[in-house]
Design a protein around this ligand. Structure first.
Ligand code: IPE
Ligand code: IPE
Ligand code: MG
Length: 244
């Protein structure tokens, strides 16, 4: 006889890699008559809560979409506010890092960011290398097409230098030229906010990901919402093109 009845949470299996499009900050603020930046602020808190929760349930990889290559189209005021918030939260994350043992990684071209933000990011990566907790891949100035183009250019350059042969390129080698090199493909991609599109997120890596959409806006997204997504994922039958 088991000593205690297992709860639903204990019975579900946690995927290895969850990716989240952190969307809906602006609408969350608008609904409250607040400036969009207020939504980004609460959205940053939601990220912190989810990262800690992910660690507590033993998730190995959490990839979050924080700023896309297309988000530069927004007003200078909004972009600046987002960048300032990112800097502040990264600084705090670095402070918490020893306690949380979260490993930080960045996907995206950080050279377009302010020197201060680049320095915070580099420090976060360096200091957290040794940690064994969840790996958080922070997508900043990230675009799936940009990522694939860069990999194609890098491979073409190797071919031009006589170091590689186009005929011999494999999917695995190509994957290793992406920002996500070494990270297993996402099992579950979550998009809050009611939008049902991928907006240039992990285009190559999501070939066989399960998608989960919810109307909850990102600033309201909490551990219960993550559990709902994991529960939905547990009901899916993944076939990867095979027959089961
Ligand atoms: C996501 O929230 C944050 C970023 C894209 C930087 P949005 O700012 O896109 O919020 P909505 O979609 O306008 O509600
Ligand atoms: C996707 O959200 C990017 C991030 C959440 C960082 P967007 O708000 O930029 O996407 P669209 O414009 O609605 O497709
Ligand atoms: Mg949006």
């Amino acid at each position: 006889m088991p000593l205690f009845k297992k709860t639903a949470v204990e019975e579900r299996s946690v995927p290895t890699h969850i990716a989240i499009i952190m969307d809906g900050n602006g609408r969350w603020a608008k609904k409250r008559g607040l400036p969009r930046t207020a939504g980004h602020k609460v959205g940053a808190e939601a990220f912190r809560t989810i990262a800690n929760y992910a660690k507590s349930i033993g998730l190995r990889y959490l990839t979050v979409y924080a700023f896309s290559t297309e988000n530069w189209k927004r007003s200078e005021e909004e972009v600046n506010a987002i960048m300032e918030l990112l800097e502040k939260y990264l600084r705090e994350a670095i402070r918490d890092m020893d306690k949380n043992r979260v490993r930080f990684c960045f996907f995206g071209d950080l050279t377009r960011l302010s020197p201060a933000l680049q320095a915070e990011a580099a420090e976060a990566v360096e200091r957290s290398k040794q940690y064994e907790g969840v790996q958080v891949n922070f997508c900043l100035n990230y675009g799936g097409r940009d990522e694939i183009l860069r990999a194609a250019r890098a491979f073409a350059a190797r071919c031009a230098a006589g170091e590689a042969n186009p005929e011999e390129l494999t999917e695995e080698e190509f994957s290793n030229l992406l920002w996500s090199a070494g990270v297993p493909d996402p099992d579950l991609v979550i998009r809050p906010s009611g939008e049902e599109r991928i907006s240039n997120f992990l285009l190559w890596q999501s070939a066989y990901a399960e998608y989960y959409f919810t109307d909850t806006l990102w600033p309201d997204f909490g551990p219960e919402d993550l559990e709902l997504a994991i529960a939905a994922y547990n009901k899916r039958s993944r076939r990867f093109g095979g027959a089961k």
